[in-house]
Each structure stands twice: as structure tokens, then as C-alpha cells.
Design a binder for this molecule. Structure first.
Ligand SMILES: NC(=O)N[C@@H](CC(=O)O)C(=O)O
Ligand SMILES: [Zn+2]
Ligand SMILES: [Zn+2]
Length: 347
């Protein structure tokens, strides 16, 4: 599109977001509230959000961090553990504000130590979820030391996900932040109760971006960036028009020093430019006409919620991302720091 062109969409939602807590929460909520109508908020706090009571309190803290006049609505999730009781699932469904339960295989990613050690242990909760129609949101990677990190998602599909769906065929499942051709094809061919979120960074970057010409810790995330053929498969899925794929940024802020470290932690911060980065990805394959369904329609349809009432407008105009963003007492490095983004959200 030529400079100055505009693109108006129904307001998008973010179906996978990390907001953290305390000062960090206050620092990042405005960026998402400016773009998104709602967001599915991940429960991997320390300690994790394992009960409806904890989710209610966290929700209040998020609401309090919104800018004045913001209508942004946080959609809460519970963190599944080996001990989640079926009663807690029913309570979550009845709450009206809990919209999913997150499965982190123990040790798979940031703050996942309290995650599920075996699905057998979580089965009573999973059966209750299938019964009441509460979606399971999955970080789909195995954690066994002998499995290569680039293969962990594909192995998860075969060894965990397929058996789980065979056991609970009616369970509603979102494979979060998919990164491989195998995941894209599996979800595309699965029944309608299986969907997936895709991040902007996995649509825009392959592993060369992280590893060629020097190691770039700000591109390190989980699941890890894959080779180009996988990025192409994700882009094809996102722009296919299939209602099974929707926007989930997995924006995961970490302090600059925690990433620029001998043992840097996983996660990219993208909330400051989320819809613009997706617009770049869709435009790269001439599919801007598919962006609204992916960003604003497919997610609400899967979660059984109405679409947002208002719209946002993007302008084809370069703007430069700041080198750092204040993050509580520290700072973080946003995606594209110091570099241009090709679309700009109009205020
Ligand atoms: N994606 C990441 O690399 N990190 C996320 C956790 C997650 O979504 O797995 C985080 O909380 O930092
Ligand atoms: Zn994850
Ligand atoms: Zn995440």
C-alpha cells in the first residue's frame, strides 16, 4: 500500500497476553488498552493464578491500571496444576470473567514450575472443562531433556495433544503461540473445537533473526523461533481465511537486564505495536483483506463472545519504536527498538 493509505478494522482483541503485576503491570496495560478491546490474560504470575479468587483480585488490579476512560476488558484465565479441583472449574465457568484454563507443562517456559507434571493428574479438571465448555489453552511443548528444543512443539502434538483429544474429543482447545508447520497443519485439519493463536513475531521472524551475525537475546522466546519454512506455513495459516487461527501476541515483557544476560529469559514485548506488526506480516503476502477476521472476528467466535463495537484505523506511515520503554523501576526493550514500523495506529 502507498504511504498515507488507511486500513479500518473492527477493534481487535489479543487472545494471549502477559501483563505481569505491580509496577510492571501498570507500565504495560496502557499499550494494550490503546489497541485492543479485550485480552486473554495469562496466569503465570509468581505465585500463579490458580483459583477464581486469585483471578478476581488480579482482574481488579488490571482494571485499576487502565488509563482513565479506557473500556479495555481483561479476560481472565486459571493456571492448571496437578491439583486443580473440578469444583474450581465449575466455579470459573460460573464466574463469567474466567474464559480459559492454561496448561503449562511443568518447566516448559517462564514461571511454569507449578505446571502440570502429567495429564493424568489433571484429568478430573480437564473432564470438568469438557463438560462445562471452558477452553483449555495450551503451551504446547514437551520438556524432556532429550528432545531437541526446535522439535518440542511437534513432539508435543504427537505425544500429548493427539492422545488428549482422543480422550476428551469435545474439549475446546487453543494451541497457543504455534510456531511450526506441523502445528498449523494439525489445527487446520482438526475439528472445530481446536483453534490456535499466532504471534506477530513468529509471522515476521525466523531463527536467523535471532542467531545470524550475533546472538540477539530480545528475539529469544518460547516456543523458540523456527526455520523459514515454518514461518511461511504460519503466515499461510493466518491468512488462509480459516476461522481457527486468531491473534495472540504473547507479548511477554521482561526487564532489559534479565534478557541481556548470560542466561537470558524468554519473551518478546510487542504490545506497543501489535496490530501494526500483524499488518506488516499480512501485507507482506498481499493479504491485508484477511487481517480483520484474524484480529477481530475469529477469536470472539471461538470464545462465544460478541465482536467489539468500535473500529481502529491504521495509516501506512513509518514511525520509530523507542530504544527502551519504562518498566516499573527498570526498563524493557520493545520489538523493533530504534527501527521503523510501517503501519501506525491512529489515535
Ligand atoms: N513466550 C515466552 O517466551 N515467554 C512467556 C511465557 C510463555 O508464553 O510461554 C513469559 O511469560 O515470559
Ligand atoms: Zn507459552
Ligand atoms: Zn505466553
Amino acid at each position: 500500500m502507498p504511504a498515507g493509505a488507511t486500513l479500518t478494522l473492527r477493534r481487535p482483541d489479543d487472545w494471549h497476553l502477559h501483563l505481569r503485576d505491580g509496577d510492571a503491570l501498570a507500565a504495560v496495560v496502557p499499550a494494550t488498552a490503546r489497541q485492543m478491546g479485550r485480552a486473554i490474560v495469562m496466569p503465570n504470575l509468581k505465585p500463579p493464578v490458580t483459583t477464581v479468587e486469585l483471578a478476581a483480585a488480579y482482574r481488579e488490579r488490571i482494571l485499576a491500571a487502565r488509563p482513565a476512560g479506557s473500556g479495555f476488558e481483561p479476560l481472565m484465565t486459571l493456571y492448571l496444576t496437578d491439583n486443580t479441583a473440578p469444583e474450581e472449574i465449575r466455579k470459573a465457568r460460573a464466574s463469567g470473567f474466567v474464559h480459559g484454563v492454561k496448561l503449562y507443562p511443568a518447566g516448559a517456559t517462564t514461571n511454569s514450575d507449578a505446571g502440570v507434571t502429567s495429564l493424568d493428574k489433571a484429568m478430573p479438571a480437564l473432564e470438568a472443562m469438557a463438560e462445562v465448555g471452558l477452553p483449555l489453552l495450551v503451551h504446547g511443548e514437551v520438556t524432556h531433556g532429550e528432545i531437541d528444543i526446535f522439535d518440542r512443539e511437534a513432539v508435543f502434538i504427537e505425544t500429548v495433544f493427539q492422545p488428549l483429544l482422543a480422550r476428551l474429543p469435545e474439549l475446546r482447545v487453543v494451541m497457543e503461540h504455534i510456531t511450526t508447520r506441523q502445528a498449523a497443519e494439525f489445527v487446520a485439519e482438526a475439528p472445530a473445537n481446536v483453534a490456535a493463536t499466532i504471534t506477530a513475531h513468529h509471522l515476521l521472524l525466523n531463527r536467523n533473526a535471532m542467531l545470524v551475525g550475533g546472538i540477539r537475546p530480545h528475539y529469544y522466546c518460547l516456543p523458540i523461533l523456527k526455520r523459514e519454512s515454518h514461518r511461511e506455513a504460519l503466515l499461510k495459516a493466518a491468512t488462509s481465511g480459516s476461522a481457527k487461527f486468531f491473534l495472540g501476541t504473547d507479548s511477554a515483557p521482561h526487564p532489559k537486564g534479565a534478557k541481556e544476560s548470560a542466561c537470558g529469559c524468554a519473551g518478546l514485548y510487542t504490545a506497543h505495536a501489535a496490530i501494526e506488526l500483524y499488518a506488516e506480516a499480512f501485507e507482506s503476502v498481499g493479504a491485508l483483506d484477511k487481517l480483520e477476521a484474524f484480529a477481530s472476528l475469529n477469536g470472539p467466535a471461538f470464545y462465544g463472545l460478541p465482536v467489539n463495537a468500535d473500529t481502529v484505523t491504521l495509516v501506512k506511515e513509518d514511525w520509530y519504536v523507542p530504544h527502551t520503554v519504562a518498566f516499573g523501576e527498570t526498563e524493557l526493550v520493545p520489538m523493533r527498538a530504534g527501527e521503523p514500523v510501517r503501519w501506525k495506529l491512529k489515535d
